[in-house]
Design a protein around this ligand. Structure first.
Ligand code: IMP
Ligand code: MG
Length: 200
C-alpha cells in the first residue's frame, strides 16, 4: 500500500523534515521534531483568520514583532491576516547565548510608530518565563494604545509571574528547549522550517 495514503500531511512533513535536517544543521543532532512545517502553516492560517475577525473595519491595527525570534512567524502570520494593518518591530534581549533566561530584559530598538489610539498586537515567538512580556507590556501601555493583545506562536505554560495572558497562542509547547521557525540557540537554527527540540 502506498504509505502516503495512510499518512496525514503533518506526518509526511515530519518525515521530510527528518530527512532534511542534516543539511540544515550541518549534521548537529536535533532531539525530535515537535511541530512540522505543515502543522505550523495550518495553525498560523487559523490564527490569522481569528485575528482578522477580532477587529472592526475602522480599527487601526499595528503588529509589533519582537525580534529576532518572531521574524519567521510574523512574516507568515501577516500574510494570513486579511485586513488592513501595519507592522513594526521591537528588539529586546534577555537570553544572551544560553538557554536560561537571565531575567534582565533590555530594549534595544523601540518602534518609532505612534501607538496612541491604535490596536497593538505584540507578536512573540515563545512565552517561557514571561519576563520579556511583563517588561514590554508596561512600556507599550505607557503610550496609551486603544488596546494591546499578545499573540504568541508557542507557550510553555511554566511562568509563575505572568502578568498578561496571550489572547492568541499557536501551540502549547513542551518544556524543552526549542529551535527553528525563528527560534534560536546561540543564533543557530532560526532557519529550520519546522520546530525541533535540542538534545538535553
Ligand atoms: P521569557 O522572557 O522567559 O518568556 O522568554 C521569552 C524569550 O526567550 C523568547 O522570545 C525567546 O527568544 C527565548 N526563549 C524562551 N524559551 C525558548 C526556547 O525554548 N527556545 C528558544 N528561545 C527561547
Ligand atoms: Mg533567543
Amino acid at each position: 500500500m502506498n504509505p502516503e495514503a495512510t499518512m496525514s500531511r503533518g506526518d509526511m512533513d515530519k518525515e521530510a523534515a527528518a530527512r532534511a535536517f542534516p543539511e540544515y544543521t550541518g549534521g548537529r543532532d536535533l532531539r525530535r521534531i515537535v511541530f512540522s512545517a505543515g502543522e505550523i502553516a495550518d495553525r498560523v492560517d487559523e490564527m490569522g483568520r481569528e485575528i482578522a475577525g477580532a477587529y472592526g473595519p475602522e480599527d487601526d491595527v499595528l503588529l509589533l514583532g519582537l525580534l529576532k525570534g518572531s521574524f519567521v512567524f510574523l512574516g507568515d502570520l501577516v500574510r494570513c491576516i486579511r485586513r488592513p494593518l501595519q507592522v513594526d518591530f521591537l528588539v529586546a534581549s534577555s537570553y544572551g547565548s544560553g538557554t536560561e533566561s537571565s531575567g534582565d530584559v533590555k530594549l534595544l530598538y523601540d518602534p518609532s510608530a505612534p501607538m496612541d489610539g491604535r490596536h497593538i498586537i505584540l507578536v512573540e515567538d515563545i512565552i517561557d518565563s514571561g519576563t520579556t512580556l511583563n517588561r514590554l507590556m508596561g512600556a507599550i501601555r505607557e503610550r496609551e494604545p486603544a488596546s494591546v493583545e499578545i499573540c504568541a506562536l508557542l507557550h510553555k505554560h511554566v511562568a509563575t509571574n505572568l502578568e498578561h495572558e496571550a489572547r492568541w497562542v499557536g501551540f502549547d509547547a513542551p518544556n524543552e528547549f526549542l529551535v527553528g521557525y525563528g527560534l534560536d540557540h546561540a543564533e543557530n537554527f532560526r532557519h529550520l522550517p519546522f520546530i525541533a527540540s535540542l538534545p538535553t
